[in-house]
Design a protein around this ligand. Structure first.
Ligand SMILES: Nc1ncnc2c1ncn2[C@@H]1O[C@H](COP(=O)(O)OP(=O)(O)O)[C@@H](O)[C@H]1O
Ligand SMILES: [Mg+2]
Length: 235
């Protein structure tokens, strides 16, 4: 459903993404791995229209995205939960969630979407009136994912949703992502430093290194081959 071909991008003179190709199928859970500075966030920002590629193409269900505005891309069902959450701390949980549904298609399903987010994250249900700035890091991450779900995604891109969380909370968040991938047949493109856990949940994985896609394989291939893990993931 997502097809990225030969994408390149540079920050001023500095190449950040070089000839990158990647695909996510309907209902597939894909892990995007790579060390700090590899270009993972840049790649997600290009796909969601926040940065313009110098060359290459991006298609979603056959429709070209690479010249669309970010809100159009979101409205098509390709939704980005950004690194660092980017929530509004002085607004309530409910207000932050509802912001995810501001586009017309999503707004029509606001009540049902909110119900689903609360089903997924019961902790948020009891805190709808609480200011987001007063939530724990884990709860804030739930709001960030919840806001993404409010937009009615068919493909959800998550950038380091477990950064800074305790191992237990990180596990909870990643398993919830897997749950909604299954329950809703939602496509997932996950960037995570929890490499082993991400591979245990994902169907397939890509590895970015210095802006280049150096490896693609099934999650089993990575988990089952120590030399592959050592060479590309350092684990
Ligand atoms: N706004 C920016 N301006 C210039 N260089 C940037 C900017 N954002 C990221 N970079 C550089 O691009 C490279 C990839 O960064 P990034 O996509 O954030 O990597 P990752 O998410 O994999 O850690 C890094 O070398 C980083 O320093
Ligand atoms: Mg990043």
């Amino acid at each position: 459903m997502l097809e990225v071909r030969d994408l390149s991008f540079r920050y001023d003179a500095q190449p950040a993404i070089v000839d990158v190709s990647l695909a996510v199928q309907q209902g597939e859970f894909v892990a995007l791995l790579g060390s700090n500075g590899a270009g993972k966030t840049t790649l997600l920002r290009i796909i969601s229209g926040l940065l313009r590629p110098a060359s290459g193409t991006i298609a979603f269900d056959g429709q070209r995205l690479d010249s669309l505005q970010p809100h159009r891309i979101c409205d098509l069902g390709l939704v980005h939960v950004p690194e660092g959450r980017q929530l509004f701390p002085s607004m309530t949980v409910r207000e932050n969630l509802e912001l995810g549904a501001y586009l017309p298609a999503a707004r029509r399903h606001l009540a049902a979407s909110l119900e689903y987010v609360i089903h997924l994250f019961p902790k948020l249900g009891a805190r709808l009136g609480q200011l987001v700035g007063t939530l724990s890091g884990g709860e804030q991450q739930m709001v960030a994912i919840g806001r993404g779900l409010m937009a009615g995604p068919r493909l959800l891109m998550l950038d380091e949703p477990t950064l800074g969380l305790s191992p237990a909370l990180a596990t909870e968040i990643l398993h919830t992502v897997r749950q909604l991938n299954k329950e809703r047949s939602l496509g997932v493109l996950l960037v995570s430093q929890d490499v082993v856990q991400a591979l245990q949940l994902a169907h397939s994985a890509y590895v970015l290194q210095n802006g280049r896609m150096v490896r693609h394989g099934t999650a089993e291939e990575f988990l089952g081959d120590e030399s592959l893990r050592q060479a590309y993931l350092g684990i």
